[in-house]
Design a protein. Structure first.
Lengths: 246, 383
């Protein structure tokens, strides 16, 4: 079984937000509810940025705090949410060091609240006319439009990667065999700053990059051990602080 | 006229009426706004403050309940018989405040009814929240069983004593696990502390003592002349001294925790600067210090009015402290970049205040009902 992971090359990332837009379209997110986001920071006189999906940690604190095991680790290394079990206590949002989780029943991050124009249908908290096709919706892995009163987050496009041929080392949009199984943010990145593959396979491209270019993990001191690695170096850096004192 | 107004029990009717009125208004507005706009009626957002005022109210009430059981346990578990005259009242009020806390939390959850089956069927043993829920539920059961024994006049049989001990032990574990819910969060340094359960223990005991003092005075119309001699003796003797000791301990806790937070520059501790910039922190500090001064002054410590003032000041300070504790752990954003350039701003919405009103009113109504119907001033027969 694969252990899926991602490498993001900060030397290549141009901060265009194409990944954010692709994720929002693929996964039908509300405006501002960016499972995948590119965060901008002012460091000195410079503007810098950091693409930030869910880290799908090896040792996820969100999973350990979830009282109902609604957040769990799949066999292929993805941190998923079972919406049928989530009670909306939001403890996972408290425990995630990376702020990647979103509660579906709250004020919208960006006004106006488009849910008013597309009211929910019981199963979904809102029902836009264009959304992830029904055959891909999967409440057990938190894929699709969230129901009301639950927490959602990036799934590594589980509806795509879980259908990949067994034993695949890399999910690459340039390979016709794996193109449709590649997460939307990876597939759309115009600078090809993202790589996706099996962290348990020594031959995978992600492992080569981590090894050869010194991949680092965000907030490694928390012990969550992300399965998303960043390549820094010239032109790229991982921000060290989360907030300026107001 | 004045003696008539101060007669014992005269305030039970008005308190019950106030409680029921507040409950009806609070619940009606809360349910209406939740039905109309769901939890968007709260000012908690996906920017980072996920737990708002209803969680602070929950923490306030369940720890007040914990403290009241500690006070009752001085008699029920530790054999200090001078506390028996307030034990039944404390046990009833402990149940009332616990139920009020649970009610506040239920309005905050996305799916409170799903919780009833999802937690037992998929119990995550590593989640402190589960253990907190389990032990607080067990505690409520033991507390009600103990109360029913006391109400039947069985104070000292083996079974009754064991129920008292069971309530005490379960609430020790329950409040400890509540401390761990926050204290285990290494990613939130404002909360991260292995000694958080001990901090909760001290502040819980203090809020229990303050409530015990206040409610005893309320029950007897704020006049020691109306009190049975044994209660008047307790209020002029051991109780205010224990109250002063617990208050002094909590003042030290708050002072050292704040100084450490302000001095340290670990990422996330900016919340302490947020805390001390708020006038509420200084109101809290002043209330604690004035109450401590009252309780350390021999002339005032034993008098009804200053004692009542001290208990109100302490309850207000603890309530502010619970709010700044719950919100303070969340005001530093976790990876939001320039989307949230400073600290996260949060002010409770009207709906959240209505949940607080409903919880306070529920506790008051349950208390006044007990006072009217359940003879809360009863104590064991001498001998």
């Amino acid at each position: 079984m694969a252990k899926w992971g991602m490498v993001i090359d900060l030397n290549k990332c141009v901060g265009c937000q194409a990944c954010t837009a692709a994720c929002s379209q693929e996964n039908t997110r509300l405006p501002g509810e960016n499972w995948q986001d590119v965060l901008y920071y002012a460091e000195g006189q410079n503007l810098t940025w950091l693409p930030r999906p869910c880290m799908h940690c090896e040792n996820p604190s969100c999973m350990h705090v979830c009282p109902t095991k609604a957040t769990y680790k799949t066999e292929d290394g993805v941190v998923a949410i079972d919406w049928d079990k989530c009670i909306g206590c939001k403890y996972c949002m408290i425990a995630c060091p990376y702020g990647v989780r979103f509660y579906s029943d709250t004020k919208p991050l960006i006004a106006p609240d488009v849910r008013g124009a597309f009211p929910g249908d019981g199963k979904r908290s809102w029902a836009p006319p264009y959304r992830l096709p029904e055959q891909f919706e999967d409440a057990k892995h938190g894929v699709g439009v969230s129901p009301s009163g639950v927490v959602s987050k990036c799934t590594f496009c589980y509806h795509k990667i879980s259908k990949a041929p067994k034993g695949t080392a890399d999910l690459d949009e340039d390979n016709p065999a794996t193109k449709e199984h590649t997460p939307a943010c990876v597939r759309t990145c115009p600078a090809k700053a993202r790589y996706f593959g099996d962290l348990d396979n020594p031959q995978s491209r992600v492992n080569q990059l981590i090894r050869d270019r010194g991949g680092v993990r965000l907030l490694d001191q928390t012990g969550n051990k992300p399965q998303v690695y960043y390549l820094t170096g010239v032109g790229g850096s991982v921000p060290s602080s989360r907030a300026k004192q107001a | 006229m004045s003696a008539q107004l101060n007669a014992p029990g005269r305030l039970n009717g008005p308190v019950l009426a106030m409680g029921l009125a507040g409950l009806v208004v609070g619940i009606a507005i809360t349910i209406a706004s939740l039905m109309y706009s769901g939890h968007a009626a709260f000012n908690t957002t996906n920017d980072g403050v996920s737990w708002g005022l209803p969680v602070a109210v929950y923490v306030f009430f369940v720890l007040a309940s914990t403290g009241l059981t500690f006070v009752a346990s001085l008699a029920m578990v530790f054999g200090m018989r001078e506390y028996y005259p307030i034990a039944k009242r404390c046990v009833w009020l402990a149940a009332a405040t616990l139920i009020a806390g649970f009610a506040s939390l239920a309005f905050e959850l996305g799916h409170p009814f799903r919780m009833l089956w999802a937690i037992p069927l998929s119990f995550q043993i590593s989640s402190a929240m589960n253990w907190m829920g389990l032990f607080y539920t067990l505690y409520l059961v033991f507390l009600l069983l103990k109360f029913s024994r006391m109400h039947a006049g069985d104070w000292d049989s083996g079974a009754s004593r064991n129920l008292g001990l069971a309530s005490f032990l379960t609430v020790i574990v329950a409040h400890g696990t509540l401390g761990l819910v926050f204290g285990m969060m290494a990613m939130r340094p404002f909360w991260y502390d292995g000694l958080m359960p001990i901090y909760f223990l001290a502040t819980a005991f203090l809020s229990g003592l303050a409530l015990a003092v206040f409610i005893t005075h309320l029950a007897y119309g704020f006049s020691t002349q109306n009190m049975p001699a044994r209660i008047a003796a307790l209020l002029a003797g051991a109780l205010p001294r224990v109250f002063a000791f617990a208050l002094g301990l909590v003042i030290l806790f708050v002072a050292f925790r704040t100084i450490t937070g302000l001095w340290s520059n670990a990422d996330g501790l900016e919340a302490f600067h947020w805390m001390v910039r708020s006038p509420w922190f200084w109101i809290e500090a002043a209330a604690l210090i004035v109450a401590f001064y009252i309780l350390m002054s021999p002339g005032m410590r034993e008098a009804a009015r200053p004692q009542t003032v001290a208990s109100v000041l302490v309850l207000a300070a603890i309530a502010i402290g619970r709010y700044e504790f719950v919100i303070g752990g969340q005001v530093v954003p976790l990876f939001k970049g320039t989307w949230v350039p400073g600290l996260i701003e949060y002010v409770p919405s009207l709906t959240e205040w209505m949940i607080a009103l409903a919880a306070i009113s529920l506790a008051l109504a349950l208390y006044a009902f007990g006072e009217k119907a359940l003879d809360l001033g009863a104590e064991p027969k001498a001998g």
